[in-house]
Design a protein around this ligand. Structure first.
Ligand code: SAM
Length: 221
């Protein structure tokens, strides 16, 4: 049974964001650069994305701990992170459960190159809206944080179906809004988002696309 979770809220709200500055900074052109998910997106100027996405010790630890607890992960579990980026969450989970089996998939060769060595070797460059190179129900848990809203709706359908196919359980996080202020802020901030849906629309989509896993929304207040 699909459930809304509240795992990543604290980490998401800990970052300060100047919405209007981004909107007024040649945003449409910047989006073309950001959507390559290359060096500029991760470690270039803030107008293209993260503005320097470095490993900060323990930043992902509370999220890793919550996921481990809620999904009862053990050293013999097997997990997949869809859109894992530089793999920091996987690294943090592996620090707590050193023998866990894991994979990440992502389109960004740059992000993979920047991952910790022990994680990098398990990151596959795969477009997450194509078929995943894993068997049915291979993973105890499939995680996907802040990735799926980057797809247009047809690709979103394919990725949700692949996540359900390869995972026994899943937990995904997407950007959303509950009112016009949050919609406005999201539209100002988002450089790579293609699926702008309210919380209720997302829930409708999950049902319509037969996604039965867990989900969480982040908002831009
Ligand atoms: C906002 S970042 C989130 C990264 C990571 N999950 C995190 O929370 O740190 C979005 C991620 O989605 C990846 N991505 C975007 N489009 C993708 C696609 N079609 N297939 C796989 N990964 C994709 C990007 O390269 C990037 O790593």
């Amino acid at each position: 049974m699909s459930k809304e979770k509240f795992i990543i809220q604290k980490l998401h709200t800990s970052s300060k964001r100047d919405y209007l500055k981004r909107m007024n900074n040649n945003k449409a052109k910047c989006m073309n650069v950001s959507q390559k998910f290359d060096k500029n997106y991760w470690d270039g100027d803030k107008k293209y994305g993260y503005g320097g996405y470095r490993y900060i010790k323990d930043r992902w630890k509370p999220v890793a701990n919550k996921i481990i607890k809620k999904y009862n992960l053990k050293n013999n579990s097997c997990i997949l992170d869809v859109g894992c980026g530089k793999g920091y969450l996987l690294y943090e989970i592996k620090k707590i459960l050193p023998n866990i089996k894991f994979f990440g998939i992502d389109v960004s060769k740059y992000a993979k190159k920047k991952a910790h060595k022990e994680v990098e070797k398990n990151i596959k460059i795969v477009n997450a809206s194509n078929k995943y190179p894993f068997k049915k129900k291979h993973f105890d848990l499939v995680i996907s944080i802040n990735t799926l809203h980057n797809f247009e709706i047809n690709d979103l359908k394919k990725s949700l179906s692949e996540i359900s196919r390869v995972g026994k359980k899943s937990y995904i996080v997407v950007e959303s809004f509950r009112n016009n202020i949050e919609l406005f802020n999201l539209q100002c901030w988002a450089l790579t988002c293609k699926s702008f849906f309210s919380k209720d629309e997302w829930k409708w989509i999950f049902k319509e696309f037969k996604y039965l896993g867990d989900f969480e929304f982040i908002y831009f207040k």
